[in-house]
Unconditional design. Structure first.
Length: 296
């Protein structure tokens, strides 16, 4: 049943993304815009917010367990489907990426930056980035956002059911939109730890979906370190699994200067295809686990 829910959520979410509908960030901001103001540096908020968060996860788990015998767990599956469709997806990315590729092709890097600056990490939106740095920053943001909006919720749903969806989606919502810096920092650390297992699974999926020999033969000085962020780890893994210097602008320009105007489009396309193939790898593994009776 969980595999069926994942497939339905993925197909519905892809259609919504293509039309730019149902942005999870919008309704999450609206939900938290009336949150209590920060007191005592956020300590007082955390005293009631953390138990409430834990209680919500536990109640969701109990609800799904209690209804598992009713119509084959239909109610729990419908709840998970609604949460996955509403809380995942990346609407609003397609048009800026298309405009960025067109601006890159004409050499107008100021316009390229203007199109994608809202998609970049906050600390990099006002920076004067070179074209190579801008592109790698955009690819890193694309990979990390796809990981958090697709792979991370699917992993925890497959592992814990609806409680896992609530566990990660509420944590991401509080990390990104709660009006308290201390709360955002606390849940940012919590999301970091929740992301460790699926992050390394996705890194390995890149190898299966791309160039395994390149991924496994990556030099030690370019392998991820423990201090690297989630986005940096995934960007390094994707770069190792992609051929034709798709995430190495300097080497691509030196190797094929005539193809430089098309580099932005070709590189983004290679990253998107790698992510799509990696998701298919996950779905295939989940299908095998469902056939073995391991996945409910």
């Amino acid at each position: 049943m969980r595999l069926l829910v994942i497939l339905l959520a993925w197909m519905l979410r892809r259609q919504l993304d293509a039309r730019g509908w149902l942005d999870p960030g919008y309704w999450q901001r609206r939900l938290l815009e009336h949150a209590p103001p920060e007191k005592d540096g956020g300590r007082g908020t955390l005293r009631w917010l953390l138990p409430l968060y834990g209680l919500l996860v536990v109640l969701t788990g109990l609800l799904s367990w209690g209804t598992s015998g009713i119509a084959g767990g239909l109610w729990a599956s419908l709840l998970a489907l609604a949460l996955l469709v509403a809380g995942t997806g990346m609407p609003g990315w397609r048009a800026p990426l298309r405009a960025y590729s067109a601006a890159w092709r004409t050499g107008d890097m100021q316009a390229a930056w203007h199109h994608v600056s809202p998609l970049l990490p906050v600390e990099q939106r006002g920076a004067a980035l070179a074209p190579e740095q801008l592109h790698l920053s955009l690819c890193g943001a694309l990979i990390q956002t796809t990981f958090e909006r697709y792979f991370l919720p699917l992993f925890w749903y497959a592992l814990l059911g609806p409680a896992g969806v609530v566990l990660i989606l509420v944590a991401l919502m509080l990390r990104d939109h709660y009006p308290s810096t201390r709360v955002r920092a606390r849940f940012g650390r919590w999301v970091h730890w929740l992301a460790v297992p699926p992050r390394w699974l996705l890194s390995f999926s890149f190898a299966l979906a791309g160039d395994f020999s390149g991924w496994s033969g990556e030099p030690r000085n370019r392998r991820p370190r423990r201090t690297d962020s989630c986005g940096e780890v995934l960007l390094i893994a994707a770069g190792s699994a992609l051929s034709s210097y798709a995430l190495d602008p300097a080497r691509f320009q030196a190797h094929d200067p005539d193809g430089w105007p098309d580099y932005g489009h070709r590189s983004l396309l290679a990253v998107r295809h790698l992510l799509n193939r990696s998701l298919l790898v996950w779905l295939a593994v989940l299908a095998v686990l469902a056939l073995m009776g391991v996945l409910p």
